[in-house]
Design a protein around this ligand. Structure first.
Ligand code: AMP
Length: 448
C-alpha cells in the first residue's frame, strides 16, 4: 500500500516524501480514504499509531480545494486535550501542508498571547487547532465564525473528557454547522466517549486499530521494584550513570516534585529542567525548544505537560512515580522510541505498589519485564500475582537471560552502553523467552 492509493492530494504527497514516510500505517490506510470520501469516523487508535496524519492528510486534501462556503472562518477545526499536543498537530499540519502556501493556520491554546491569536482570527483562516478552553474564550468574544466549517476533528477525545471538557465540547459542536464532517480519535470508544461520539456523528464508520500498531521503533521496557523513596533515588542515580542515555524524560506524580527532582539533578551536574502545567506557557515552550535542540538532557515532567512531546532523540523514559491512570503508562513510554528509533522505558515502583503495576499490566494485557540491579535489590518482593510464571526477568539474573554465561547481565549491558540492547532474553530484540509478553506487544505499546 502506498500513500498515493489513498486519494491524498498530490501536493501533499510530495511533503510526505520529504518527511520520509514511505508507507501508510494501519490507521492511515483505513481512515484516510474513508475521511476523504466524506464519512464521519470513530477511530480507536493509540497515539503512536500515526493517527495525527490519519486525520490531517484528509483535512489538508480538503483544504487543497477551494472553499465553496462564504465567510472567513476555519474550514477545519481540530480539538486537542493539551497545549503541547495542539502545537504538535499544528506543526505537523504545516509540515504536511508546506506546499499549500496560501494555507493559514492558528493554534489557540491557553497560556499563549491573546493578541496574536486574535490577529490570526481577524483574517481568513483555514485550519484551527485548539484546546477547548481557549477556543471557548474566543467564541465568547464572538471572534470565530464557524459558518464555513467543513470538518471537525476531536483528537484524544477520551483524554478531553477525562480533563472535564465535556460541556465545552458540546457547546463547540453545537456552534458548528450540521453539515460538517466529524472525525473522532480516542484510545477507547467505550462508555462516555462512545455515547458522546454517537451524538455528534452521522452514520459513522468505526475503525479500531489494535494497540500493537505503531510507526515508531522498539521500546524496551523494564520494571524495578524499590523499598522506598530513597531506594528509588539510588536506582535513578544508577540508571542515569549507567544507561548511556542521550536524552531522558523522567515522570513524577506531582508538579512540586518535578521541580525538586529537576533541581536535584541540576545540582548533580545534569542539564535538567522540569515541565508542568503551572509553568507559564512561554516557559514551557522554551523548555521544549531547549529539549529539541539538545540543550536539556533530562526533562522531569508531569503527565499532562509531557503529552505531545515528539523529540526523536529521547532515548530513555523513567517512570520515577507510577502513573495514576494505566493508559498514561502508554503515553509516557511513547516519549521515546520515536521516528523509527529504539528507546528504553524503566518504571520504578515501591514494592507496596505492586497492585498498581498489576492494573497497568491488565490494561496493557501483558506483563512488564521485572528486573533487579545487582546490589540494589528490594528487600521485599511483591507477592506473586497473576504473572504467568511468577519469575521476574530483565536486568539479567533469574534464569531468564539467554546466551550469557555468568554474572547478572547488567555488567554486560553496561559494557554495551545501555539498558538491555539485546543482552538479556527479556529484552532481546527478537523476542522474550518468558515472563514478558511477546516482543510485538512489548515493543509497540507507545504513545503519540
Ligand atoms: P502520532 O501517532 O500521530 O503521534 O505519530 C507518531 C509518530 O509517527 C510521529 O513522529 C509521526 O511523525 C510518525 N509517523 C506518522 N505516520 C508515519 C508514517 N506513515 N511513516 C513513518 N512515520 C510516521
Amino acid at each position: 500500500m502506498h500513500f498515493s492509493d489513498l486519494g491524498i492530494a498530490p501536493t501533499i504527497l510530495r511533503a510526505l516524501e520529504t518527511a520520509g514516510y514511505t508507507s501508510p500505517t494501519g490507521v492511515q490506510a483505513e481512515a484516510i480514504p474513508a475521511a476523504i470520501a466524506g464519512r464521519d469516523l470513530l477511530v480507536s487508535a493509540q497515539t503512536g499509531s500515526g493517527k495525527t496524519a490519519a486525520f490531517l492528510l484528509p483535512a489538508l486534501t480538503k483544504l487543497s480545494e477551494r472553499s465553496t462556503g462564504k465567510g472567513q472562518g476555519p474550514r477545519v477545526l481540530v480539538l486537542c486535550p493539551t497545549r503541547e499536543l495542539a502545537q504538535q498537530v499544528e506543526k505537523n499540519a504545516l509540515e504536511y501542508g508546506k506546499d499549500l502556501r496560501w494555507m493559514k493556520t492558528a493554534c489557540l491554546v491557553g497560556g499563549a498571547s491573546f493578541g496574536y491569536q486574535t490577529r490570526a482570527l481577524s483574517r481568513p483562516i483555514d485550519l484551527i487547532v485548539a484546546t477547548p478552553g481557549r477556543l471557548m474564550d474566543h467564541m465568547r468574544s464572538g471572534r470565530i465564525d464557524f459558518s464555513r466549517l467543513e470538518m471537525l476533528v476531536l483528537d484524544e477525545a477520551d483524554r478531553m473528557l477525562d480533563m472535564g471538557f465535556i460541556d465545552d465540547i458540546e457547546t463547540i459542536v453545537k456552534a458548528t454547522p450540521e453539515t460538517r464532517q466529524t472525525v473522532l480519535f480516542s484510545a477507547t470508544l467505550d462508555g462516555t466517549v462512545g455515547r458522546m461520539a454517537e451524538k455528534m456523528t452521522r452514520d459513522p464508520q468505526r475503525i479500531e486499530i489494535a494497540r500493537t500498531e505503531t510507526s515508531g521503533g522498539t521500546i524496551e521496557e523494564h520494571l524495578l521494584y524499590a523499598d522506598d523513596l530513597n531506594h528509588k533515588h539510588r536506582l535513578l542515580d544508577h540508571i542515569l550513570k549507567e544507561s548511556g542515555f542521550d536524552q531522558c524524560v523522567i515522570f513524577s506524580a506531582t508538579k512540586a516534585y518535578t521541580e525538586e527532582l529537576a533541581d536535584k539533578l541540576s545540582d548533580q551536574g545534569y542539564s535538567a529542567a522540569c515541565l508542568h502545567g503551572d509553568m507559564p506557557q512561554s516557559w514551557r515552550n522554551r523548555t521544549l525548544n531547549d529539549l529539541r535542540r539538545g540543550r536539556i538532557k533530562i526533562l522531569v515532567a508531569t503527565d499532562v505537560a509531557a503529552r505531545g512531546i515528539d523529540v526523536p532523540t529521547i532515548t530513555h523514559v523513567v517512570n520515577f512515580d507510577l502513573p495514576k491512570q494505566a493508559e498514561d503508562y502508554v503515553h509516557r513510554i511513547g516519549r521515546t522510541g520515536r521516528a523509527g528509533r529504539d528507546g528504553t522505558a524503566i518504571t520504578l515502583a515501591e514494592s507496596k505498589e505492586f497492585h498498581k503495576v498489576r492494573r497497568i499490566e491488565q490494561y496493557l494485557k501483558r506483563q512488564i519485564t521485572e528486573g533487579v540491579i545487582e546490589g540494589m535489590e528490594p528487600t521485599r518482593r511483591p507477592p506473586k500475582g497473576p504473572r504467568r510464571n511468577g519469575k521476574p526477568g530483565g536486568y539479567g539474573a533469574q534464569g531468564q537471560r539467554r546466551g550469557s554465561s555468568s554474572g547478572n547481565g547488567y555488567g554486560r549491558e553496561r559494557r554495551e552502553g545501555g539498558y538491555g540492547r539485546g543482552t538479556g532474553s527479556s529484552y532481546d530484540k527478537r523476542g522474550p523467552r518468558s515472563s514478558s509478553a511477546s516482543q510485538g506487544q512489548r515493543s509497540t505499546q507507545r504513545a503519540d
